[in-house]
Design a protein around this ligand. Sequence first.
Ligand SMILES: NC(=O)c1ccc[n+]([C@@H]2O[C@H](COP(=O)([O-])OP(=O)(O)OC[C@H]3O[C@@H](n4cnc5c(N)ncnc54)[C@H](OP(=O)(O)O)[C@@H]3O)[C@@H](O)[C@H]2O)c1
Length: 300
Amino acid sequence: MSDVPRILLIGSDGQVGWELRRTLAPVGHVIPASMAGTAGPAIDLLDASSVRRVFNETAPDVVVNAAAYTAVDKAESEPELAQAINADAVHVLAELAAGADVPVLHYSTDFVFSGRTDRPYREDDAPEPMSVYGKTKLAGELALLDSDADALVLRTAWVYGVRGRNFLLTMLNLFRERNELRIVDDQVGTPTWSRMLAEVTAQVLHAVLTGAVDIKQVKGLYHVTSSGAVSWFGFADAIREGSCHNCEIKPIPTSEYPAPARRPAYSVLDTTKFRTTFGLTLPDWRQSLAMCIEDLPAQR
Ligand SMILES: NC(=O)c1ccc[n+]([C@@H]2O[C@H](COP(=O)([O-])OP(=O)(O)OC[C@H]3O[C@@H](n4cnc5c(N)ncnc54)[C@H](OP(=O)(O)O)[C@@H]3O)[C@@H](O)[C@H]2O)c1
């Protein structure tokens, strides 16, 4: 390995990828690869030769894949595209990483579960995705976990932040435009700040790259979210309170907000395995939300 580890960050323009460019900077030399190729190599996960070329030309010591097809509803009408990006490309990455003996860190989602449970999901609970997005993300997980690559797959949930397309920014825009909103109150999960996810990712990678943990021992699947749980309605209400808007919010059932993709009614993830393996805990979702709101530009 080089003196300063070379970190190939795929998807560096996404909401998690953008935060990773910052949090990974002290851990190694970050090579930010994105579709546009603005800050580093251009990469297109739809094109296996582009993935191979970027991997071979950048000769990474570790790969972080934060790119994905994340348009949950659109995926229902574009299943081939979602499969190609979320599963087939990850399969190519797994082969490259296994061949070069390079660890890979990848993200997955709470949407691999059906939500038919009354306790937080553990890593060994059987997945049962109900949407194209969930199915293709599960296939991506398996492409890595069933390969010979030293892979860490972090399942996370309800990601928001100061950048990108996410529930926090959508709500803040709607609060300015509307006097009343109706928000689903029968889907429960854990909002997770992209910054916190990027922070713990950096700490995990640092531990792997310095040998503080042995990747051969710790590789596998982990649940990583903030602590606590709330419905979309509760999350919206907390955003309204924290951002001092006075738009009225009414709770509604999912049946009154039909969407192309089915979503789990309850997808809280049990993060015990991550906490005990790496000694890292993300704060309660309310605490993270308050910090994220403090970070927003003033006009929000
Ligand atoms: N957002 C959530 O609520 C959530 C919840 C659970 C898990 N996750 C997982 O967390 C990870 C990060 O998600 P995120 O919220 O940061 O997603 P995001 O903001 O949508 O970013 C995804 C990135 O992937 C890039 N991408 C899409 N297609 C590509 C392709 N063909 N080739 C190269 N890059 C491509 C996108 O580029 P463009 O911007 O140019 O399209 C975008 O920069 C993903 O694995 C996601 O499945 C997210």
